[in-house]
Design a protein around this ligand. Structure first.
Ligand SMILES: N[C@@H](CCC(=O)N[C@@H](CS)C(=O)NCC(=O)O)C(=O)O
Length: 337
C-alpha cells in the first residue's frame, strides 16, 4: 500500500515536472537574440582557436555548438568572446558571456566563491613542465632555481608554488598574462621552463614551436586539472541545459551514435536510442527543449569521441583517462531517461 502510493506520487511528480519545465532567463535571452555568447580561450589549439577561415574550432567550441544545437536547433548560432585566464570569470559573472568553455579547471574556490557553477567535465588533465631539450633536464626534481614562465589567474600559478615548496626547491616565477607573450618568453629563452596543463604544453609545442622536437615535456604531472564549462549562479534551467548537452555528447559515444549514423540509427527500435533522439519519451520537454535536442547535437556536432578525434588527436593527444568509463577512462554520463 505504502509502496503503491509512493509509486503514484512519483508518477504524479514526474508528470508535473514534465509540464512545468520553462526556459530560464539565460535561455530566453539567447532565444530572443538568436545566439549563445560563449567565452573561450584566446587561441589554444584543440580547445578553441580560429582556423584559417576565422571559424572557431576545438572541443570547448564544440561544447558551445552543442548547446546552440540543443537550444536553438542550429550549432552555428554561437558567438565567441576570447578571454585570458584573468578575464574569464568576470566575463561570466557580468553576463558578457552565457557560458565559459575555456580549459578551466573545476576547483572548490571557483565553484563556491565566484558565483558560478561548473556543469561537468569535458577534459581530464594535469599540470606539467616543458623545457628545451638542450638543457638536458630529465625530471622536475632538477628544476631547483629555474625561471618558470606561467600565466596569472590560473591554477597553474598556485600549483607551481605548492610543488616547489613541497620539494623544498626555489624557483623564479616569470608571470605573464597574455598567451602570445608567455610563449614568446619561453621560446626566446627568458624562462628555463614553461608550465601549464599538459594538453596546453602539447598544443603549444605542436602549434607554436619552430621545431617541436627541440622541446621535452617532463614526466611529472603535479596536479589534477579537470576542465569543465561553467555558468552563472541563479539560473538552474541553464545549468541543466548545458550539463545535459555535455552528457548527451558522452552518452552518444557510448551508444555509438555519430554525426554520420544518427539519422539512420534514429529509425531503429532500440528504446534507449529512441529516447535519446526524442522519438519516445519527454526528456526534451523536461529540459525545456525541443524533443530533437540531443539528435541535433549529434547530427550537427558529433559525439564526444568525434570531437576529441577532430581536435585533439591531430595534436598528438592520447585519449588516456578521457576514454569512456567502459573502456578504462573517466568519461561517464548519467542515464538520459
Ligand atoms: N586549467 C588552468 C589553466 C588555464 C589557462 O588559462 N591556461 C593557459 C595556458 S594553456 C591558457 O589557456 N592561456 C591562453 C590564454 O590566455 O588565452 C586554469 O583553469 O586555471
Amino acid at each position: 500500500m505504502v509502496k503503491t502510493s509512493l509509486c503514484i506520487s512519483g508518477l504524479v511528480f514526474a508528470l508535473f515536472t514534465a509540464v512545468i519545465a520553462h526556459a530560464g532567463p539565460t535561455a530566453n535571452a539567447a532565444i530572443k537574440k538568436g545566439f549563445i555568447q560563449c567565452g573561450v580561450n584566446t587561441g589554444l589549439a584543440g580547445f578553441a582557436q580560429p582556423d584559417s577561415k576565422g571559424e572557431w574550432r576545438g572541443i570547448d567550441v564544440d561544447l558551445c555548438r552543442a548547446v546552440a544545437a540543443a537550444l536553438l536547433g542550429d550549432a552555428r548560432k554561437v558567438r565567441y568572446t576570447p578571454l585570458t585566464a584573468q578575464q574569464r570569470f568576470t566575463a561570466l559573472q557580468s553576463g558578457e558571456v552565457d557560458i565559459l568553455a575555456r580549459n578551466t579547471t573545476w576547483t572548490l574556490t571557483r565553484d563556491t566563491s565566484l558565483g558560478l557553477n561548473f556543469v561537468g567535465i569535458n577534459f581530464y588533465d594535469g599540470q606539467g613542465f616543458m623545457v628545451t631539450k638542450k638543457r638536458n633536464v630529465k625530471s622536475a626534481a632538477q628544476l631547483g632555481g629555474a625561471a618558470v614562465c606561467v600565466q596569472p589567474g590560473t591554477t597553474t600559478e598556485l600549483n607551481l608554488a605548492d610543488y616547489f615548496r613541497s620539494k623544498n626547491m626555489k624557483f623564479k616565477p616569470v608571470v605573464i598574462e597574455k598567451l602570445e607573450e608567455v610563449l614568446n618568453a619561453y621560446f626566446t629563452g627568458r624562462c628555463d621552463v614553461y608550465t601549464t596543463d599538459v594538453s596546453g604544453l602539447i598544443a603549444a609545442r605542436a602549434s607554436r614551436a619552430a621545431n617541436p622536437a627541440d622541446h621535452v615535456i617532463l614526466p611529472e604531472v603535479i596536479s589534477k586539472e579537470p576542465f569543465g564549462p561553467a555558468v552563472r549562479h541563479g539560473d538552474d534551467h541553464w545549468l541543466d541545459v548545458v550539463k545535459w548537452s555535455l552528457f548527451a555528447t558522452i552518452e552518444a559515444e557510448e551508444l555509438q551514435l555519430t554525426s554520420k549514423n544518427v539519422e539512420q540509427q534514429a529509425k531503429t527500435a532500440n528504446p534507449v536510442i529512441q529516447r535519446f533522439v526524442g522519438a519516445k519519451g519527454e526528456v526534451g520537454k523536461m529540459l525545456g527543449l525541443d524533443s530533437r535536442w540531443a539528435y541535433n547535437i549529434i547530427k550537427q556536432v558529433g559525439n564526444y569521441g568525434e570531437s576529441f578525434e577532430r581536435h585533439l588527436t591531430p595534436l598528438g593527444l592520447d585519449r588516456g583517462i578521457n576514454k569512456l568509463w567502459n573502456r578504462g577512462g573517466l568519461m561517464y554520463a548519467p542515464p538520459i531517461r
